[in-house]
Design a protein around this ligand. Structure first.
Ligand SMILES: [Fe+2]
Ligand SMILES: [Fe+2]
Ligand SMILES: [Fe+2]
Ligand SMILES: [Fe+2]
Length: 326
């Protein structure tokens, strides 16, 4: 082992990972909600101009991506240290206004800084220089996030315009249908966590391998490194799916839920990963067919088209994974 760790130490790193999963999903979902918020206020022409929403929306997406990068780095470190990385986020809260987004973000960043001070201290005590360095860098990112959210705390609370009055065309968006769309969203969040985690674990497995075949030495590739690269490509697409689905739910003025379903499964070898991932794609394809069927029945053309596009990519993912299995 590189560093002699303790279960408490790995637990501390996993608490950091859980925070990073939380905030990356939270900021991304808030980002997708921004259009809905701005639309209402602009329609009524009250208080805030478009640019505040645009600027904050963009900021949230940038932060979500940065938090994903933090998450990846922490996952990888946990695996290199011989631990098992969590897939369970801390509680995700989305909120209903720019002010609330800022308050929730400020609180999350404050808690992260507090926790990461403990991590930095523990890494120093245990002599884990790499983790110490990594968290010192992450710490300064979180400080920047905190300061950015702080600026938006000053903002006046936007008027609560309540729900848009129901109109005939929107009456098709019944609770069961919205639950189905949220189930699709939950499966994207699950896939993102599963693939990111496995991507970093595959990198860890790649680094831990000692004996290499001649071909591996020449090509500087092996199964773990190829799968790791593939998982990265796939999870970036799942991120786009998640964004599109959440945006659609907000567009029709319903609430997106930040659930993770099914629970991500990681596995212990590259073969495990691929089998589990093919299952995950299979789950998504079956579920999305159901969405398309319902959307067709209800006449929700836009959602139908969107899922028809998404399902094509899920099928590609399915075959990508399937091709790897004997
Ligand atoms: Fe972070
Ligand atoms: Fe942050
Ligand atoms: Fe997807
Ligand atoms: Fe997929």
């Amino acid at each position: 082992m590189i560093v002699k760790t303790t279960p408490e130490y790995l637990d501390l790193l996993n608490r950091a990972a859980a925070r990073e999963i939380q905030v990356s999903a939270q900021y991304m979902l808030q980002h997708t909600k921004m259009d809905k918020l701005s639309r209402k206020v602009i329609a009524e022409n009250i208080l805030l101009d478009e640019t505040t929403y645009d600027a904050f929306g963009k900021l949230l997406k940038d932060f979500a991506i940065q938090e994903m990068k933090h998450l990846g780095a922490i996952f990888e470190r946990i695996y290199v240290l011989g631990g098992n990385a969590t897939t369970k986020p801390d509680k995700i809260t989305i909120g209903d206004s720019i002010k609330e987004f800022a308050e929730l973000g400020y609180k999350a960043e404050e808690e992260a800084l507090e926790l990461y001070r403990q991590v930095i201290e523990a890494a120093k005590n245990i002599g884990d220089r790499e983790t110490w360095q990594m968290f010192s860098k992450i710490y300064s990112d979180e400080e920047e996030h905190l300061l950015a959210f702080e600026e938006y705390l000053e903002i006046e609370k936007e008027p609560d315009l309540g729900e848009t009055p129901e109109s005939e065309w929107r009456s098709i968006f019944n609770p069961d249908y919205i639950a189905l769309l949220n189930k699709a969203l939950a499966s994207e969040i699950s896939a993102i966590i599963q693939y990111t985690n496995q991507h970093e674990k595959a990198d860890g497995l790649d680094k831990m391998r000692r004996k290499k075949t001649a071909l591996e030495v020449i090509s500087d590739k092996n199964k773990a490194s190829v799968v790791s690269k593939m998982l990265k490509e796939v999870f970036l697409q799942e991120m786009e799916h998640m964004e599109k689905i959440a945006e659609r739910i907000y567009e029709i003025d319903r609430e997106a839920l930040a659930t993770v379903d099914p629970l991500p499964e990681i596995g212990n070898s590259v073969e495990d990963f691929i089998k589990l991932d093919r299952d995950a794609e299979n789950y998504a394809i079956v579920l999305y067919r159901k969405v398309i069927e319902e959307a067709t029945k209800l006449g929700d053309i836009k959602t139908k088209k969107m899922f028809e596009n998404i399902i094509q990519e899920e099928e590609e993912h399915y075959w990508m994974f399937d091709d790897f299995l004997p």
